[in-house]
Design a protein around this ligand. Structure first.
Ligand code: PMP
Length: 346
């Protein structure tokens, strides 16, 4: 994974070694220095390239995978795209079982990358044979030589970040990082990165970002799975309605919850203030920093790293659509310039 070459062997050579970019405006009133790890610079435009490549190369190393074999996963999101991309280069069949809630755009994107997509009904329970979990499990049993990635329960998800994201951040900050702020979905990013960083300096504070409607924060505080915490929310990729084993809760010092509305506005603010076009969870992570700053978490001299997991282009029909924002009621209490800034010349 070196990005210093003039010519790359293939697109996978560009996975990892993403830049750490100073935030100069959005945090200008806050104490401390703020650095964003911008994972959209991966070739698949998200942090999930790292786990797709690592998990598949580990399976190859162990002799579990050989060319022509089949990779199976249950996601229409970033992980699906990254697995499809790695499969193209390495010559694997890629099967993705996705929910019927997935947008047509997302399904087309995966098909363009050569994946075979099974669209499964969203309204059935997880243990229904038609659910995308059960369809993936069945296909895995039926297809000989297939590998089921199962990112929420795969230790290699943590390992990918322990071996790559953690060392990159330690070296990019010359060991001066004091805080890591990262969203937690599967938990792989935050757990693996934190594990490496805390081995170098146990005083580094690790803060996980969770969504209202998710069980993670309460589980971290009480070790109780409280299903009353669960309700629908809009941010994709952040928080969960189950406890993933890819989250190492002991590596995380505390969780903070953010709202759909504030995260969406903060993502837009990152674009306007820093010129960085990033995804919904990047807005969530930045929103968490705002709240932490208000709580007095940071002091002068701190070096705070925030992970921006993916690119804004995946959210054109969501947070970057004024219509969608309006439909959610996210403009109700604000006086934001929206479509008014577009002028049609007739
Ligand atoms: N942001 C986005 C957009 C994601 O897709 C994910 C993955 N679910 C995350 C954040 C969280 O990363 P992780 O799964 O490593 O906790």
């Amino acid at each position: 994974m070196s990005k210093n070459k003039q010519v790359f062997d293939n697109v996978l050579d560009l996975v990892g070694n993403t830049p750490l970019i100073k935030l100069n405006n959005i945090t200008s009133e806050f104490k401390g220095e703020y650095l964003a790890k911008v994972e959209a610079f991966n070739p698949g435009h998200s942090t999930k390239d790292r786990i797709a490549l690592h998990i598949l190369e580990e399976a190859e190393r162990k002799g579990i995978l050989k060319p022509g074999d089949t990779i199976i996963e249950t996601t229409s999101g970033n992980t699906g795209f990254s697995i499809a991309m790695v499969s193209v280069i390495k010559g694997y069949e890629c099967i993705l079982a996705v929910s019927s809630k997935s947008s047509a755009d997302k399904i087309d994107m995966l098909r363009t990358m050569g994946a075979k997509v099974y669209v499964c009904p969203a309204h059935v329970s997880a243990d229904d044979p038609r659910s995308y979990y059960e369809v993936a499990k069945r296909l895995h049993q039926e297809i000989e030589g297939s590998v089921y990635i199962n990112q929420y329960f795969n230790e290699l998800n943590i390992d990918a970040h322990y071996k790559n994201t953690g060392p990159e951040l330690w070296s990019q900050t010359n060991g001066e990082i004091t805080h890591l702020v990262a969203c937690s979905g599967t938990g792989g990013t935050i757990s693996g990165t934190a594990k490496y960083l805390k081995e170098q300096n146990p005083n580094i504070k690790v803060i996980g970002v969770d969504a209202y409607g998710s069980v993670l924060k309460k589980y971290h505080e009480t070790r109780e799975f409280d299903k009353n915490e669960i309700y629908p929310y809009r941010i994709e990729g952040l928080g969960k309605n189950l406890i993933p084993t890819a989250t190492d809760f002991d590596q995380i010092d505390k969780f903070i919850k953010v709202s759909d509305e504030e995260s969406a506005h903060t993502a837009r603010e990152i674009a306007r203030t820093e010129g960085l076009f990033v995804g919904y969870t990047s807005g969530a992570a930045m929103q968490a920093i705002k709240q932490l700053n208000e709580e007095g978490e940071f002091k002068d001299g701190d070096k705070i790293v925030v992970i921006f997991p993916d690119h804004g282009s995946r959210y054109m029909s969501k947070i970057y659509s004024d219509k969608w924002m309006e439909d959610q009621g996210f403009f109700d209490s604000r006086n934001e310039e929206t479509v008014k800034t577009v002028q049609y010349i007739k």
